[in-house]
Structures are given as structure tokens and as C-alpha cells.
Design a binder for this molecule. Structure first.
Ligand SMILES: Nc1ncnc2c1ncn2[C@@H]1O[C@H](COP(=O)(O)OP(=O)(O)OP(=O)(O)O)[C@@H](O)[C@H]1O
Length: 588
């Protein structure tokens, strides 16, 4: 079955390519049967469909609701019209217009992305910024005087010497190419990364991925695509106006994307073209009613089909074969260079307060390679907070945390992961919309940059991660969607993902919570192998003292934010304070 993966992928790629060629042929032949009205309306709608694709990639795939694509489109359209109006009107200036239409939106897109996606920014903030950008661009156009034509826009400039039919063919083919490229991209390994970010950005960061950088790059690249659409629009329509960059238009793009079916690429294309055509027809026949009708249609579709009109095609999915299963391959592990003799982890006088509540106080802890340290203590003792202080450079309120001798103060989780720390969360943190293999591939993305074009037929993992998959049976479920896994399987998958990072120190927050006895034994075996045989260090937060006693090389007890015991298993188990805490006493 595994060997069939390349063949299945190749067949799917060829089907997609054949469909794109047929669609191009349709675009080239259609002007023969379309009247001038349809040619006009469809040319414009197809340009808007290119924008809907960019909205879909940002919103449908990455989870960033944006109203700002109109601004980048406006910048592209105006850059073209202004060059052709004020600078020159011949082929070289057309080329200059295209260059400016792509580069300027990309620069503005990168700047907007940089302002929007700073560490800790929320999705809501990104949406607000996307509303502000079109307003700013529109105001700049209004203030541009004769350069931008102010409220009248620019008209009557020289453009590409194409007939109406010629523009339809050009725009149609460009739309097919952009749609094809978007479909190839979202099916590639890099494309799946967008879904991972939408599902669980925190997990991405804790897999060592700089999600801010990825979102800024995506915003800039898609701004370039909207610029191409702006260039085509400025030429095909022969007029640019401030409304082209406004947030009303930006909102329409979101509506078309939602109506067509976000997260599908083809749905938003059909939504933009269909609604564009319908609006043009209705605005002629029912000039006072058409917007009401379109608005009612939108409300109806969103209520009946929250996933848009693309949901109508859902039964077709039943005929699709399951995702191909990639072949598991063991990759050679590269041992991290240890510089100097500093311990792997040193925490000195670490403190953490939430307002007036002191959660950690004067915690000092050292961990060396090969140790399996269990961190125990009653609920609310501060165990999870202590782990957070090891993986987020801004989490501690006081003290120092050093990894291999380097302070992590101010570092982001992805930077700390790159220094050899892996963290498994208390509640399994995986990607619900991906399958098992795709989740594991995300864990390797910081080691091996994923392809923008293809989905790999092999899944290269360190032997220790493969061992976890084999022990837990997940190696036979690589194509299974994560949403179908049991609680225990998700815990095991997350463990395998963290181990696939090849960390030097692995932090596990209650990895056996809610697991069966067998699953618990399996995890214990895995942890012992990783530490005793592979030299990895592990810190384990655990409530099950029998389990802790069985596997730990050292036990650390945290009580009311203070480290009260740090010793061997025997020392910890026999300590008076531990007996007191676990018999329900121990409160000061
Ligand atoms: N973001 C936060 N804001 C305010 N208080 C918090 C926050 N996170 C944790 N706390 C508080 O800090 C204390 C320690 O919480 P923490 O989750 O670290 O304990 P824990 O030992 O891991 O507990 P458990 O075993 O129940 O998971 C608790 O009193 C908790 O309410």
C-alpha cells in the first residue's frame, strides 16, 4: 500500500494538470460564444476571483480573517495607472507598471504583516488592522491630487493593446494558472503548514516553527498576487477609482469567499465569478432590488450551508481515495554539539507571580543529560508554570533559566525549541485537521524545509520517534485523520512529534493522564529508553506516584511554588513533607 503513494500522487497531479489545460482551452474558446456584456462582466469577475483566492489562503486555510486584500489590489491597480498616466505610455512602461504592481503591494504587505503578526498578537488584532489598511490607502488616494486623480480616479491612460476578447482570454488563463498554483500549493507539505497554523499555532511554535515569519511571508506573497490582479484590472477596465482599494470591496471579497466555500480554492473562485455575474445581471434588471437579493442569498447560504456552496460537492469526496500513506524512513540523527561543560538545564532562583499571587518562589534546579526527573506536587503547586518558564523566555518574573549555559531570557518558544527543548502539553496538542503523517511532518519542518509544490512520499523520522509509533500502533495509522484518534493515541502522537524534534531535554506534562494501564506502560518504556539508552533528559510532571517510582532517576517535589525536595526516588518517597502533602496535609 505504501509503495502506491507516489503513483497515487502522480495520478492526482496529472488529473489536476489535465483539468487546468481544459480550463485554459475553455477560456480561449469562450469568447466565440459570449456576448459583449458577458465578456465584460466575466473578465472583471475573474480578476476579482484571483483576489478571492488570496482571501481563501489567508482566511480559509491559515485562519486570518482579512478585509485588507482590496488595499493591495488598489495599490497594484493605481501603480499601473499612475505609471501609464504620468511616466510613459509604451511597452517598457507597461512592464514597469507590472513590476511596480507586484513589488509595491509586496513591500506594503510585508510592512503590514510585520506590524500585525508580532509575538502574542491575536487573530482579532490582525482583522482590525486589515480593516484599517484599506481606509488608509483610500485616504492616500483621495489626497493624491492629480497624481491619483483624487475622488475621480484615473481614466483614459494607455493600456495593453487588446480587444475585449483578448482581455477575457488573458485574464481567464491567468486565473486558471493562479488557481492551479494555489491548489498545488495547498496540497504540498508547505501548504499543510497553513492548516497547522490555523489549527494550533502554539503547537507550531513549540515545534520550532517561526509562525510570525511564515504569516508575514504569506501576506507579502499574496499581496504580490493581488498586485497582478490590480495590473490586469487597470488595463482591462481602463479606469481606477478609490473604491477599488476600499474596505467595502474588501468585505465583498470575504462574502464571495464565504459563499463559495472557504478552504476550497475553487469555491471562492466560483463564488466571485457567480456572484459577480449575478450582480451585474440583477443590477440591470432590478436596479433597486438587486443588493437586497444578493444580501438575502448570502444570509440564506450561510445559514443553510455554513461551509458555503462548495458543500454541495461534498458527496464527490466519497469517491476520492484515501490519502496516500507515506513510507516511514529512519533518518540519521545528528547529535547536538555540546559546548563547554555547563549542565543541560540550570534554573536559579526562578520566581513567577500572577498579579499579587506568587506561583513560583526561589526555584533552583539543575538537569543533566540522561536524567529522568519527575516533578511532583499537589494540584496548583506550580508544576506547569515551572515548565512554561523553561520554554518561554518571558514567562519567569525573576531568576535565570539557562540551557547549555545560555540564558533564555526574552527568547520565544520556537527559539528555545531550536536550542534542544521539546515540550509535550498536559492536554494533547496536535493538529485536528491533519492526518497522523502530516502532524509528524510538521514536527520535522524545522529540520527540513517543506516543499512548496509537492507532498513527500516518504516520512523521515528519527528512530526513537518511529519506535513510539510502532509501540503504540500509530505506524499503521499514518493516513488516519487526527480527529478520529482516541485520547491515548493523540497523547502518543504528540509524544512522537516532540521526540521527532530530536530534543536534548523533553518536558512532559502528565503524559499518562487518562491512559489505560497498557498505554501507560508503553509510555514508561519509551521514556526509559530515551533517557537511559539515548542520553536524552526528561522532566515529567506526574501524579501517579507508582509510575513515578518505577521510571524516575530523580524526583523533585514542588509545594506551594517552592521546591521542597530534590533527591533520589527513595529520598523523595521517604521525605516527611511528601508524606504530609500526599496524606492531605502540608499547608503552611
Ligand atoms: N495564566 C494564569 N493566570 C493566573 N493564574 C494562573 C495562570 N496560570 C496558572 N495560574 C495559577 O498558578 C497556580 C499554579 O498553576 P499550575 O498550572 O502551574 O499548577 P500545577 O501544579 O501544574 O497544577 P495541576 O497539577 O493542577 O496541573 C494555580 O493557582 C493557578 O491557578
Amino acid at each position: 500500500m505504501t509503495g502506491a503513494a507516489p503513483a497515487v500522487r502522480r495520478r492526482r497531479g496529472l488529473v489536476l494538470l489535465a483539468l487546468a489545460i481544459v480550463a485554459c482551452a475553455v477560456m480561449l474558446l469562450a469568447p466565440a460564444v459570449l456576448d459583449r456584456f458577458s465578456l465584460n462582466v466575466l473578465t472583471r469577475s475573474m480578476i476579482f476571483a484571483m483576489l478571492a483566492i488570496t482571501v481563501d489562503l489567508l482566511w480559509g486555510f491559515t485562519g486570518i480573517l482579512t478585509f485588507g486584500q482590496a488595499a493591495f489590489f488598489g495599490i497594484g491597480a493605481y501603480a499601473t495607472a499612475m505609471i501609464l498616466t504620468h511616466v510613459g505610455d509604451s511597452a517598457p512602461y507597461l512592464a514597469l507598471g507590472l513590476l511596480a504592481a507586484v513589488v509595491l503591494p509586496m513591500i506594503v504587505g510585508a510592512a503590514v504583516g510585520w506590524l500585525t503578526f508580532y509575538p502574542g498578537s491575536s487573530a482579532f488584532y490582525a482583522t482590525i488592522i486589515s480593516l484599517v489598511v484599506p481606509i488608509v490607502v483610500t485616504q492616500l488616494i483621495y489626497s493624491g491630487g492629480t497624481w491619483t486623480g483624487s475622488s475621480s480616479g484615473l481614466v483614459g491612460y494607455w493600456g495593453m493593446p487588446l480587444s475585449l476578447e483578448g482581455y477575457f482570454r488573458l485574464v481567464g488563463v491567468v486565473l486558471v494558472v493562479i488557481t492551479f498554483a494555489a491548489l498545488v500549493f495547498v496540497r504540498s507539505d508547505a501548504g499543510r503548514l497553513l492548516t497547522a497554523i490555523r489549527n494550533n499555532e502554539t503547537r507550531c511554535a513549540y515545534l520550532g516553527l517561526n509562525t510570525q515569519r511564515i504569516k508575514i511571508l504569506l501576506t507579502a506573497a499574496l499581496a504580490g498576487v493581488t498586485g497582478i490582479a490590480g495590473f490586469l484590472y487597470a488595463n482591462a477596465s481602463g479606469v481606477v477609482a478609490p473604491e477599488n482599494a476600499g474596505f467595502v470591496f474588501g468585505t465583498e471579497l470575504v462574502v464571495w469567499t464565504a459563499l463559495g466555500g472557504r478552504g476550497t480554492i475553487v469555491g471562492p473562485v466560483l463564488g466571485a465569478v457567480g456572484i459577480g455575474y449575478l450582480s451585474a445581471e440583477l443590477s440591470g434588471d432590478l436596479p433597486f432590488l438587486w443588493q437586497l437579493l444578493i444580501g438575502s442569498l448570502f444570509v440564506l447560504v450561510i445559514i443553510v450551508m455554513p461551509n458555503g456552496l462548495a458543500a454541495l460537492a461534498a458527496p464527490l469526496k466519497a469517491w476520492r481515495r484515501a490519502a496516500p500513506v507515506p513510507a516511514l524512513v529512519a533518518v540519521p540523527t545528528a547529535p547536538r554539539e555540546r559546548t563547554g561543560t555547563a549542565p543541560l538545564l540550570v534554573m536559579e532562583q526562578v520566581a513567577k507571580s500572577y498579579g499579587s499571587q506568587k506561583v513560583l518562589d526561589d526555584v533552583t534546579l539543575t538537569v543533566e543529560p540522561g536524567e529522568l526527573v519527575s516533578l511532583v506536587g499537589p494540584n496548583g503547586a506550580g508544576k506547569t508554570t515551572l515548565m512554561r518558564c523553561m520554554t518561554d523566555g518571558s514567562a519567569a518574573s525573576g531568576g535565570t533559566v539557562k540551557i547549555n549555559g545560555t540564558s533564555i531570557a526574552g527568547m520565544l518558544p520556537d527559539e528555545i525549541v531550536a536550542r534542544g527543548i521539546g515540550r509535550k502539553f498536559q492536554v494533547a496538542s496536535v493538529f485536528e485537521d491533519l492526518n497522523v503523517a502530516e502532524c509528524l511532518r510538521m514536527a520535522r519542518a524545522s529540520h527540513h524545509a517543506p516543499s512548496l509544490v509537492t507532498a513527500s512520499d516518504t516520512l523521515g523520522l528519527p528512530q526513537s520517534a518511529i519506535d513510539i509509533l510502532r509501540l503504540t500502533g500509530l505506524d499503521r495509522m499514518l493516513a488516519t485523520p487526527v480527529s478520529l484518534l482516541s485520547h491515548g493515541q493523540k497523547q502518543s502522537l504528540e509524544l512522537a512529534m516532540v521526540v521527532a524534534l530530536e530534543p536534548e531535554l523533553i518536558l512532559l506534562d502528565e503524559p499518562t493522564a487518562g491512559l489505560t494501564k497498557t498505554e501507560r506502560t508503553t509510555i514508561g518504556t519509551v521514556l526509559r529508553t530515551l533517557t537511559a539508552e539515548r542520553g536524552m533528559a526528561a522532566i515529567l510532571v506526574e501524579h501517579d506516584l507508582d509510575f513515578v517510582r518505577e521510571i524516575s532517576s530523580r524526583i523533585v517535589v514542588l509545594h506551594q511554588g517552592r521546591l521542597v525536595v530534590d533527591g533520589t526516588v527513595e529520598e523523595a518517597v521517604n521525605a516527611d513533607i511528601v508524606k504530609k502533602i500526599y496524606s492531605g496535609g502540608g499547608h503552611d
